[in-house]
Design a protein around this ligand. Sequence first.
Ligand code: NCD
Length: 303
Amino acid sequence: MNSASRSLLSIEQLDAGEILKILKFARSMDPDRPRPLLKGKRVFLLFYEASTRTRTSFEVAAKSLGAQTVLIQSAGSSIEKGESLLDTGYTLRALGADVIVIRHPNAGAAHVMERHIDVPIINAGDGLHEHPSQALLDANTILRNKKSFKGLQVAIVGDIFHSRVARSACHLLSKFGVKIILCGPHELVPEIATTIAPGVSVARDVNDALHGTDVLMLLRVQTERLAGLKIDPADYIARYQMTSARLKMAKKDCILMHPGPIIRGLELTSEVADGMQSRILEQVRNGVPTRMAILARAVGKMR
Ligand code: NCD
């Protein structure tokens, strides 16, 4: 595998076999039993946007595999002085980067890096486009709770329009024939969302989305990206907030997921966030072995 094919840019361009290979390898990774698969390697974490879970879990994953990690955030770096994305990339390569993990506000940023810089690139979220490591850790979480994707119905409720998490999840789940229902108001779930991938439909009424659902994914309303769209929080809460009463509309053994950050009192109540069906912290925990697998794959050690 060359550096390009070891990159992880999007779920859309992976086939089901490669996804299962990564998920299987992730299940063999344990952060408490470190393996030196990245010993002597340098992993650069290049973050142009805020992050808590993604950044720290890539860092913990890289260190568990024996790598050195270096964090570059736009604030406090030459990015603030106007250095271009590619010049930053060339600089990191000159510093001996073996892997670059990048989060950027523009869709396609990771692809641009990958085209010009001969280092495996991992997309940790590019604008409204994709968030492949999140989709893989979510798939990992689903499989730990549901055994297989066969016959599953997944409902994704919230701000789909601004969500790279939802886009990557749709691509991944669709490759395994999962029935996906996207739910929210027109402003956040445009009708065109059904074209993301086969098997995707839209429901406006949250009860319709929940009926028969095995896995419920909630998303934050991304207020920082709304740009002119008007969402009335009181109206959103009245129609879409996940409460214990609403959650009862889903299957009895439905699990509740959320990529974080969660806004208690908006897209969900605390009772639901901390309830028996919540897998939110399990998702965070599964992020580390999943990202260990992604990093091992990046350096050609996924066997
Ligand atoms: C999300 C993101 O940044 O894409 N969070 C994450 O990575 N777990 C979603 C969000 O910011 O709401």
